[in-house]
Every structure is written in C-alpha cells, then in structure tokens.
Ligand binder design. Structure first.
Ligand code: IVH
Length: 700
C-alpha cells in the first residue's frame, strides 16, 4: 500500500464514523431515518472491515464497539457526585395546588410560578458521565448516593450517544419539523449560538422499553421457556443489570434524558434550556414536554397527558412538574430525599383491590368456555371494573383464585382487566374453588377438553352462544358456499330467532327474508336459490361446514373418502379414525366428541330432512389407490393440477403438498425443483406425467 493510501484510511474511517453517528441519531433519537437499513448496514460493514484490517485505528467509541466488552463477575459501584434524588408524589388537584402555594410562600412571591412539565417515565433511572464529550461512565440510581457501574451495558443502548456532537445550526432548522415537539422547537431557538459541550457533563434520564417491544420480548422469553417480566419497568431494570453486555445489547432499550447532575463550566438558567441543550447534543427528549404558567396550566397539562397516556408507545405513571428557573430552584432547595422545586403528579393507579363475587364460565363464539370473575365494582385508573377474564382453568388453578377471595386487579393500557394475585391473608375459609362445568352453561351440551389443550369447549353446533359464528362458517366458500349469507345476515337471523340451527336455514321463506334489514325481494330470492343449490354440495363440504374442531377442508375430503356413509363416521371409534394417515389422536378425539353429542346428531337428522345431500361428491370410483399418497411437482403438460389431484382422490388416494418418507409417488412435471431432489434423496418412486396417467388408467 502506498503511503498516500495509508493516509487515506484514517480519514475514511473518521468519515464513516461521522456518517454512522448521524444516521444513528436520525434513526434512534429522532425516529426519522434518512437512509435505508441496507445503506446503513453497508456503511457499518465498510467500517468494520477497515477496522479489522487496521486495528490500530479502533477507538472505544466507534459505532462498531457498542458490544465489545466481555462479561463481568460483578458490578463496581460509582458514587453520584450530586445525589440522585427522588420526587415527592401527589395524587390530586388539591395536593398539587398545595405544593404550588407552598413554593410561592417559600419564595415570597405573589405571581404565578413558571413550571416545566414532563411525562413521568416508568423505567429505570441512570446517570451518564461525559468527559471531554465522550461517554466515560454510566450508573444506575442505586440508593441515590451510589449506583452500580453499568457502563458497558449502557454503551449498547442505541439512543445513548457515545460521543456528543452538537447538532449544527442548519440541522436544528430541519429538526424543527416532524416529531420533535413544539415546545422543544421553541426552546431550541433561544439556545445560545455555538453552545459548547462542557468538559464534564452528567446526564440523567430514564432507560425504558416501549410497550410493543416489551410484549415481543416476553413472547420470545415464553418461547424460550424463560419466565416473563412483570412489566416494562422490571424488564428495563433487569436488562440494565446483566453482567454480560451481549444480553443487554439484545434488549430493546431506549434512553430519554430529563436532567443533569454536575456540569462544569455551563451557564444554563432553566430546565427548558437544559432539555433543549441535551437535545442539541444528540439525546432523546420527550416531545410532550411543556412550559406552564402557574398551577392551572400544569393541571391542564396533567389532564391532557392522562388522556394521551394509552396512546404513548411507553408507560408513564404521571407527570413531573419542575420549577423552571434554576435561580428559584436553588432558593427552594432540597429536603434529604427530594427537592422542594419539583413534584410527581401521579395518575390514578391502574391497580386496585376488590373481592371476587362469583366465577362464571362464559361461552365464546367458537365454543371456548372462559372463566370470568365477577367483582365488587371498583375504580381502576378512572374506569369502573366489575369483571375480569381469568383466561382458562389452568390460570385459575395457578393463581388459586376462589369465589370470595380478595384480589389485586389491574388494567394495563388498552388491555382488559386481569387478576394479578390473591391476597391469601384475607381468606376466612369460606372461599369456594371453581372448576369449568361439565355442561355448557348456555345450551347444557357436553363440555370437553382435547389432549393438551388448555381450553374447554362446548361441542354443540347449535349452541346459541356459537350459532352466529357457526352459520357464517357453514355458509362459507369452502363450506356449503351459500352466496349472500354473510356474518351480518347470520347475526340478524339468529337475533330474530329465525334460525336456531343449520337446518332452519332451509325452511326460511321469501317474505320473512325480504323484511330483514338490507334485504329486498330480489336478494331474498337470490338467497333462497343459493340455499337450494347448497343442498347438493356433497358430504365433503358439509363435513367442513359443520365446523368440527381440527377438521379443515382437506381432512373433510379425506373423511368423506374413507367414510362415504356418514353413519359409519358417526360410529367410528378413535382407533378406527386413526387408521387414516392424516388423523392423529387429537383430531380423532375431536371427531368422536362431535358425534357423541346427541344435539349434533339431531341437527344432522334435521339437515337430512330438510333435503341436504349427505352423498360424497367425488365418491371414489374405486379403491385402487387407497392408502397411497401422491405429490405433484413442476408443471404438468396435459393435466391441470386440480384434475390430477381429483384423479388420485377418485381412486381413494391422497394428494399432498409436501414430500416426506410417507409419500408413495412423486409425479414430476417441468422444472420440478426441490421437491424432486428431496424425493430422490428419500429414494421414493418418481413418475413422469405419462406414467402417472397410465397408473390411473387414462389414455392420452
Ligand atoms: S426528575 C430531583 N423527571 O422519577 C429530580 N424524574 O421519583 C428527580 N422520573 O428516579 C428526577 N420521569 O427515575 C425526573 N421527567 C422526569 C422523570 C423522572 C421519570 C423518575 C426518575 C426518578 C423518579 C423520582
């Protein structure tokens, strides 16, 4: 390499780092990326590559070094030069007004105070120390005086800048569009020009996890067999306290700055200015901040944030009001644990204690029985709650929830209320255990649970709780294909008591139909014609339309092939059914349960009387291919794929979509692809289209 080229490398590295820093800021801080992920990755890889070839140029704050450190044995501690105080809480307008009056009294002023109001994040507080503009250390709040050294972990948080590069004038103009927030935009205008990054700067703020990311994280943990986090705050705090920074790096953490600790050589005069300055150095600042004149404006701000609360992507548990002016802050001073110049105005808690009056099984549209707790009505976060879903029997058993118990309930975001835990100390011995009933509380039909499923279900196809949904399914394209019978009409027919089970559909009269909403004479006639046609769809579609759990379109055809006489299917045992290749124990049990239900047999009888055909449409002409499975791959020349499948099914065979060791024949057309490779590997019999035709006995 020539000396000139060697010189170009550090320049290129610097340029790449500056660009990556910029794009990181756009993406993670402003939520407003300028380039595609692919372009970003390209720059990142180029830098990685250069650093790999020239390790002498690697610096700890290079964007490639976010996840560099190896696991620790334990955390060191870091003292906070200025204690990280907590905040006094208040819960009502009156309490906030008292706080405001006291502050004014202490300051002996008669005019309104100016506050800076911010959402109160529900995450984990941290302090970041920047020396010479570089992230030197980061710690948790700890006991307020000393925290844990989590520097390596904080370096992995994408919205924490490893170096502070003041955003340039023209860029600030650009930022004033979009998601920055009105107040911040106004504040940026008032900031001293060419504000320098102080030699030492302690930034304080909150590490949080967005609700959506939290849900995803817990889902992943569930799939990995790990216990879920109780809430986003625990998840954020737990993620920060990992000894292996690689684990933290995999967690979706974000950092919002809300204040500073010690600052050397910095002459800013208010909270608002601080936030604007931190924003201009590259930190994420909540866009919903506001300067408020007097207590009245803070109260209005609080009301507004309470309304916005559920729409925010992260959890907040109140708002924080801080006297804006640092001079006034200093005059008000601090108590041991909390300042006199700030207060947390908390939202009504979303948790409450109440009593379980009763537990009842409610039947859903698909027949699932869900235990629901009826509660002594109680206010939870401003909403009256009188019932909570207990999800399923396993959940009731796990939490040991009994009728009469005193329970802690919560409402989180838009989620329906749930029981968090039972206060077992409040038990008096008269509490009653609950079990899902053996009979459906709506229709009295038998309730079953199949295999490993957690849900108990009512299997009666005419159960009033399920009938609307079931009619809609019965009439669907792959079922009886009754054109014009959608969910709205199905609901009307049931609500008007015109239809109680499937068979009632076939005795509907034109006049009755024409009088329904959104129906006219013509549409009534059309529906009657569609109903008439549907009678001869055949056993396959009828079986599908019945909505037997686990019996889909394909299996309906298989069953109709194996049991062309439904009476045989009705009396088949689970063992008989499992002789069919596609039927496993769970499916077999579901079919047996269905036909064991006398209500279902009655409905079938009524369908027969109404003139519905139970004859298979594609009755196997023979059984010469019984038990044989075919897979078609590639383009066939003289046969359509559906036709080829029909030829197999008519002879009692099965056409499947994927090759396995259970496949008997693979029919390969043009460009057969990977299925053929697999078939060869498995040593299966491979047929050409011609050979297939010969096998099924048709001549070309
Ligand atoms: S100011 C002395 N601002 O609330 C000022 N704190 O109880 C103290 N918090 O540990 C901090 N959002 O983790 C401030 N916008 C905000 C905040 C906030 C959340 C947390 C913080 C602190 C706790 C105080």
């Amino acid at each position: 390499m020539s000396p000139e080229d060697r010189q170009k490398i550090p320049t290129r590295i610097e340029k790449l780092r500056a660009d990556l820093h910029h794009h990181n800021h756009r993406y993670y801080v402003l939520d407003d990326p300028e380039v595609s992920d692919a372009d970003y990755d390209r720059l990142f890889r180029e830098l990685e590559d250069l650093e790999k070839r020239h390790p002498e140029f690697i610096t700890p704050d290079s964007p490639t070094q976010r996840v560099g450190a190896s696991p620790l044995d334990k955390f060191a501690s870091i003292p906070h030069r200025i204690p990280m105080l907590s905040l006094d809480n208040c819960f009502s307008r009156e309490e906030f007004e008292e706080f405001d009056e006291r502050a004014k009294r202490l300051l002996s002023i008669g005019v309104e105070l100016t506050y800076f109001a911010e959402p109160k994040f529900d995450g984990a507080a941290v302090e970041l120390v920047y020396a010479g503009g570089r992230l030197a250390a980061g710690s948790t709040r700890g006991d307020g005086f000393t925290g844990e050294d989590v520097t390596q972990n904080l370096k992995t948080v994408r919205s924490i800048p490893p170096v502070l590069i003041p955003v340039r004038e023209p860029e600030i103009k650009l930022l004033t569009r979009g998601k920055t927030g009105k107040e911040l935009v106004a504040l940026l205008e008032t900031l001293p020009k060419n504000l320098k990054v102080p030699e030492r700067l302690e930034v304080r703020g909150e590490v949080i996890i967005n609700r959506e990311d939290f849900a995803r994280l817990n889902k992943e943990r569930d799939e990995a067999g790990e216990p879920p986090f109780a809430n986003p705050r625990n998840a954020a705090a737990g993620s920060l306290r990992q000894l292996d920074p690689k684990i933290t790096a995999g967690r979706p953490l974000a950092f919002y700055a809300y204040g500073v600790g010690e600052t050397e050589g910095w002459e800013l005069k208010s909270q608002g200015e601080i936030l604007a300055a931190l924003f201009s150095f590259g930190f994420k600042i909540n866009p919903h901040i506001a300067r408020c004149r007097g207590a009245g404006e803070v109260l209005a701000y609080y009301e507004n944030m309470a309304r916005l609360r559920d729409e925010l992507p992260y959890e907040i548990d109140g708002v924080v009001a801080k006297v804006d002016d640092f001079g006034l802050q200093r005059r008000l001073g601090e108590k041991t644990r909390s300042p006199r110049w700030a207060i947390a105005f908390k939202f009504a808690p979303r948790q409450a204690t109440t009593r379980v009056l009763d537990i009842v099984a409610s039947v859903g549209r698909t027949g699932t029985l869900t235990p629901v707790a009826f509660l002594e009505p109680v206010q939870v976060g401003g909403v009256e709650v009188s019932r909570a879903s207990l999800h399923n029997q396993d959940e009731v058993d796990r939490k040991d929830i009994r009728i009469g118990d005193t329970v802690l309930i919560q409402r989180a975001g838009d989620v329906i209320p749930e029981v968090v835990e039972v206060d077992k100390n409040k038990r008096i011995g008269k509490e009653k255990k609950f079990s899902v009933p053996k009979e459906c509380p709506v229709c009295g039909g038998p309730v079953t649970r199949i295999g490993e499923e957690v849900a108990y279900r009512c299997t009666n196809i005419s159960c009033p709780a399920q009938i609307k949904e079931r009619i809609f399914h019965f009439a669907s394209k792959d079922g009886m294909d009754i054109e014009g019978l959608g969910d709205k009409l199905a609901a009307q027919l049931v609500d008007k008591k015109l239809v109680r089970d499937f068979s009632d559909l076939f005795i509907l009269e034109e006049e009755t139909l024409a009088n329904l909403e959104r129906m006219a004479e013509k549409s009534a006639q059309n529906l009657l014609a569609a109903l008439e046609q549907s009678k001869s769809r055949g056993l396959e579609r009828l079986l599908y339309g019945l909505g037997i759990r686990h019996v889909g379109e394909h299996l309906s055809r298989v069953l109709a092939g194996a049991f062309p006489d439904i009476k045989k299917l009705e009396s088949a045992s689970a063992e008989d059914l499992q002789k069919i290749r596609e039927v496993g124990p769970e499916v077999a049990q579901s079919i047996v349960n269905f036909f064991a239900n006398p209500d279902n047999l009655k409905t079938l009888e009524r369908l027969r009387k109404a003139g519905v055909s139970f004859a298979p449409k594609s009755r196997p002409r023979s059984t010469e291919l019984a038990g044989k499975t075919f897979v078609f791959t590639g383009g066939l020349q003289t046969l359509a794929r559906d036709e080829a499948k029909r030829l197999v099914e008519e002879r009692g065979g099965t056409a499947s979509g994927s090759v396995s060791k259970n496949t008997d024949y693979v029919v390969a057309g043009e460009d057969p692809g990977s299925k053929l490779d697999k078939a060869k590997k498995l040593g299966l019999e491979i047929l050409t289209e011609e050979e297939f035709k010969k096998l099924v006995g048709i001549n070309s």
